[in-house]
Structure formats: structure tokens, C-alpha cells
Design a protein around this ligand. Structure first.
Ligand code: GAP
Length: 457
């Protein structure tokens, strides 16, 4: 059972500058969000951490940055043009539009996974599911709604100039498989990762930044020899789960859910989701890890006519590599991290504090320099400038020290550093730690090492 309501957490994220409503001064744009000063920093830290752990620290993997707009044949080959669609129903009374499987699931608790349009129509009929918006029962039949955003390239708006905003970053990796393998001289097994924007015209986006139409993905396509794929699949499930745990996410809020055989795509040998107990649903997908076999490379080879197989230089075997794909949305990680970190703690007497127990590696601000008196501004500012070169630090001399601590607790700053009159004599500052609220006297000369050690992932 979540400790805090989702409304309370989102209100905090909005008011403290993590997330703003998109286009707010024009009344907003349905379910679009902007990341504010703290949110942009938290997001960047999450992406940097992923890049470090999945690309830079991996002996196998390399990273690329491919284009959002791709030749439309890509989406024919990948199956997105035909199959990347949700079943949609419209309420004929109020014109409300719903994803049929969600409508059925929310009204009855039954799963419509893998059901045909006709079967979904029957489930809606049999269970007399009314429109959640107007309460009437007058539906269109279920039909396919392709989730890709369509636009035109160049000056002509004809069939030949149609392009799509990519709905996943993965295809930019598959079409570059041969380029990367050759230019980076990679031997199987190896992975190609990238971070970038993806776009999906979701029928029912919602739950704040959980399901949005414009989001960022961090995807790794890991290519291996057929027959070794299930071992690598297990390896990447464990690796992703360990990444989430190392972020300090409470284990009771996490689970790994292996997909049932009927849920699997026809080409997948196994798929598991890392799920989090978000406050607005029982369990929500954070990270999907799938064994995609040789489907993607085979499809691109077929549609492009280009050779995408691999010749093993040691054994002379030629094969199309299998691919294991761990794929995660930055916004889903962001939301999980914030929901898990948010806390309102009772202190002595009637006092309480709002605190975000963010892992210091992702905290937007690592430390705040708080001079005890404005008379110490000059020395405290020097310290701030020195630390700025290496860490994202803030300077705050407004209000009592207690108020400054509270402000920083509420945005997850791991350390407040007080420069006082003794600092002039002993060359030390008081470091107050966010979670324990303990205070330690640290030599200014050793301060960088002190922070560096404690913010490491
Ligand atoms: N290449 C595989 C792929 O894209 P997916 O399950 O459709 O698979 C992967 O998406 C991840 O992207 C999800 O686990 C989720 O974290 C994130 N994601 C997908 N759709 C999203 C949306 N509309 N809003 C935010 N994140 C989304």
C-alpha cells in the first residue's frame, strides 16, 4: 500500500520545480509536461548514469545517436506500420475515446490481452461496460488505431513524402547494425545502446508522466550467437534489476514479471518486465527486457536487401545474430525514483519535514553552501565557486539555517554545508547529511573527496 497519495507527490514535484504542465500559459496541451530546473537535472543524471553503467562501463557495449526521422521502409520492416496499433472504441454519446483493453480491464478486472476486436466488443457488451465519462452505453466497434505520429518531409504533402516520428529508438540501432559492427570492429557478443526521444500517439495517456506521447527511451540491443540468447536474456534482466536496486528503490515496491506465453510477441522467446508499485496502480511497467531472436535483423535484411549476418572470424560460421533488448523510459524511472524517495517525516514536537531520499548520484543538487552569517559571504562564496567546478552545488544565505535545511531536504539535496565563524580559524565546515540529519565537521581541503565518495553510484 503506497504511503502517500499520487496527488500529494505530483503536487510536490510541480510546486518545487521538477515538472511543469506543458504550454501552461496557453491552458496546457493534453498530457504534455516540461521538466523544470530540478527535473531537467534529475533526468540528465538518470541518463548519464545509464550511459555510464550500460555503455561506458560495459566491456561489450557501444553507444550511438540515430535520427528521429527514418526512411518509412524501416517501419514496414519492423512491423510498426501494420501492427503498432491499439484497439480503440469511441463513445457515440460524448465522443470520448478509449483503449478497449484498458476500458475492459478497469471496469471488470478481466484481461483483454491477445483478444480480437470482435472478442473485445463482446466483452464490452456482455459486461455492459458504460462510458467512464458520461455513464452511457453506446459504443462504436473496436478498431485499430496506429500510434505513430505521421508527418511529411520536404514541401510536398503526398504519399511519397510521408515520414513518422519514431515510436522507439531501437530501429535506429538495427538499421545501423552493420555500420557499427564494422566501424567499431565489434565481435559478437556486443550491444549497441542509445538514448533519445520517442513519440506515440497514445489513445489514453495519463498518470502524470507515466504514459505520455513524447518521452525518452534508453535502449540497448544486445547481439549474440543463437543458442546463447537465453543466458544473455537472464544476464540483462539481472543487470537491470540490480541497477534499479542500486538506486535505492525499496525492494517491496519492485518485482520482476515474466510474460505468459500468450502475451509474448510471436518472435520473442522470453520477455520480463521490471515493475514498480506506483501509487496510482498495483504494478506498472518500468523496464522491459525481451529476447527478440533474429526477428529485427532478418526483417531489415529482407526489406533492404542488405546482408545483415555476422561472420564469426574464429569459426567461420555465418549467422544472423539474436538480440536481447532491455528497454526503459526515462520518465518511468524518474517517476519511480520520485515516488520512492518522497517522505514526510515527523520530527520532535509537532515539527515535520518533507524530504526526498534521492540516491545522491541522481539528486539534482549535490550540496548547498549555507554561510551562517552574511558577514561570511565572501569566504562561503569562494567555497561555492571551488565546488561548482566539480559538482552541481547551490548557494543559499536566505533565512535561518533550519529553513535552509528544510528547503534542501524537500528537493533531495544530500548535503548542506555550513560555513561558520570557526571555519575562519580551523579551516573546517559542518556537513549536515540529509537522511540521518547528522552533522560532521570536515576539513575544507578534504571536502571534495568527502562529497565524491558519498555521491558515487
Ligand atoms: N523497443 C521496445 C519498446 O519500445 P515498449 O515496451 O513499447 O518496448 C519500452 O517500451 C519502455 O519504454 C517501457 O518499458 C516504458 O518504460 C517506456 N514507455 C513506453 N511507452 C511509453 C509512454 N507512452 N510514456 C512513457 N514511457 C513509455
Amino acid at each position: 500500500m503506497p504511503k502517500y497519495s499520487f496527488d500529494e507527490i505530483t503536487a510536490h514535484l510541480k510546486s518545487s520545480g521538477f515538472v511543469y504542465q506543458g504550454s501552461e500559459i496557453y491552458g496546457g496541451l493534453s498530457n504534455s509536461w516540461d521538466f523544470g530546473v530540478l527535473g531537467a537535472s534529475l533526468k540528465k543524471n538518470i541518463k548519464d548514469l545509464w550511459w555510464k553503467e550500460f555503455i561506458e562501463k560495459s566491456p561489450y557495449n557501444v553507444g550511438i545517436d540515430s535520427a528521429i526521422l527514418m526512411n518509412s521502409k524501416t517501419w514496414e520492416a519492423s512491423g510498426h506500420l501494420k501492427g503498432f496499433a491499439d484497439a480503440m472504441v469511441d463513445c457515440k454519446e460524448c465522443k470520448g475515446r478509449f483503449r478497449a483493453d484498458k476500458l475492459i480491464g478497469e471496469a471488470t478486472g478481466l484481461s483483454a490481452e491477445g483478444k480480437s476486436f470482435e472478442e473485445m466488443d463482446k466483452m464490452i457488451e456482455d459486461n455492459h461496460i458504460v462510458c467512464p465519462d458520461c455513464g452511457k452505453f453506446n459504443w462504436t466497434n473496436a478498431r485499430a488505431f496506429n500510434l505513430m505520429f505521421k508527418t511529411y518531409i520536404g514541401t510536398l504533402e503526398d504519399a511519397k513524402s510521408v515520414v513518422y516520428l519514431r515510436p522507439e529508438t531501437a530501429q535506429g540501432i538495427f538499421v545501423n547494425f552493420a555500420n557499427v559492427q564494422r566501424s567499431a570492429r565489434k565481435k559478437i557478443p556486443f550491444g549497441i545502446g542509445q538514448i533519445g526521444k520517442s513519440f506515440r500517439n497514445e489513445i489514453t495517456p495519463g498518470n502524470f508522466i507515466f504514459r505520455v506521447r513524447e518521452f525518452e527511451q534508453m535502449e540497448l540491443e544486445f547481439f549474440c550467437k543463437p543458442g546463447t540468447d537465453l543466458d544473455w536474456y537472464k544476464y540483462w534482466v539481472d543487470y537491470c534489476y540490480s541497477f534499479v536496486k542500486r538506486l535505492g528503490i525499496k525492494e517491496e515496491n519492485l518485482r520482476i514479471r515474466a510474460h505468459d506465453p500468450e502475451e509474448l510477441s510471436f518472435y520473442s522467446k522470453g520477455t520480463s518486465d521490471i515493475e514498480y508499485a506506483y501509487p496510482f496502480m498495483d504494478w506498472g511497467e518500468v523496464w522491459g527486457i525481451a529476447d527478440r531472436t533474429d526477428y529485427d535483423l532478418s526483417q531489415h535484411s529482407k526489406y533492404s536487401g542488405k546482408e545483415l549476418s555476422y561472420l564469426d572470424p574464429e569459426t567461420n560460421e555465418k549467422y544472423i545474430p539474436y538480440c536481447v533488448e532491455p528497454s526503459v523510459g526515462v520518465e518511468r524511472l524518474f517517476l519511480m525514483i520520485c515516488c520512492d524517495a518522497y517522505d514526510v517525516e515527523k520530527l520532535e514536537g509537532d515539527d515535520e519535514r518533507t524530504v526526498m531520499h534521492l540516491h545522491p548520484a541522481v539528486a539534482p543538487i549535490k550540496a548547498c553552501i549555507c554561510p551562517l552569517s552574511k558577514k561570511l559571504s565572501e569566504q562561503a562564496n569562494k567555497l561555492y565557486e571551488d565546488l561548482c567546478a566539480e559538482f552541481r552545488v547551490e548557494y543559499d544565505e536566505a533565512g535561518s539555517i533550519g529553513k535552509r535545511y528544510r528547503r534542501n531536504d524537500a528537493i533531495g539535496t544530500p548535503f548542506c554545508i555550513t560555513y561558520d565563524f570557526d571555519s575562519l580559524e580551523d579551516g573546517c565546515v559542518t556537513v549536515r547529511e540529509r537522511d540521518s540529519m547528522e552533522q560532521t565537521r570536515v576539513k575544507i581541503d578534504e571536502l571534495k573527496d568527502y562529497i565524491r565518495e558519498r555521491i558515487a553510484f
